[in-house]
Write a protein that binds this ligand. Sequence first.
Ligand SMILES: CC(C)(COP(=O)(O)OP(=O)(O)OC[C@H]1O[C@@H](n2cnc3c(N)ncnc32)[C@H](O)[C@@H]1OP(=O)(O)O)[C@@H](O)C(=O)NCCC(=O)NCCS
Length: 192
Amino acid sequence: MICVRRARPDDAAGIAAVHVAAWRSAYAGILDDSYLAQLSEARLTRFYQRAILDRQAGHAVFVATAGGADQPGDQPGPQPAIVGFASGGRARRHGLADGEVETLYVLDDYRERGVGRRLMRAMAAHLRAIGCQSVLVWVLAENPSRYFYRRLGGRLAMSEGIRVAGQVVEQTAYVWAPIDILLSATAPVKEG
Ligand SMILES: CC(C)(COP(=O)(O)OP(=O)(O)OC[C@H]1O[C@@H](n2cnc3c(N)ncnc32)[C@H](O)[C@@H]1OP(=O)(O)O)[C@@H](O)C(=O)NCCC(=O)NCCS
């Protein structure tokens, strides 16, 4: 079973592992191979330990876990594995939207099962709870994930060149204004 919840500091290593695997898969052919090869799980673990504890500017990290026991009241069992994560908070730049989803990554084997949508919902609910009326995400223009954001109702708002690992790449911003567009697009499907 997939569970989405707020990240804890001891999730940092699992998040770092997903980060490295997802970057090497998603950005192959977009970013330099040498840059992707030198991504360090140890360094990213320290980065995410700080990120999970950092609640400034409404910052939050959510994880998706699979297998094992991860809910209060679950029988003790094997440790669930982190298969995806998302992070964000108040927008880092003014003008486009109040809130921002800064990262969203799902392991290849868990894609197309609704994990990304659930993580986006967790972020949208969190951002609205801290008062954000709109939300944005930046995605590399060549990244096929842009179709995912479009599928969830995101509107292409801006493109610009940025420097990543020494190379200039195009990034585009998708915006949901009002944020309810994203909440509706990610609402759980009612059964029965
Ligand atoms: C983008 C990403 C998070 C989507 O996660 P996911 O769990 O596969 O997405 P979901 O299963 O929740 O998909 C939700 C909907 O979007 C669609 N979708 C997902 N990825 C898509 C894609 N690349 N192109 C078109 N549609 C896509 C799904 O088919 C689904 O449609 P539905 O409404 O008909 O069910 C995931 O593909 C990923 O981690 N990609 C690599 C990392 C990355 O690029 N992250 C974004 C950085 S900005």
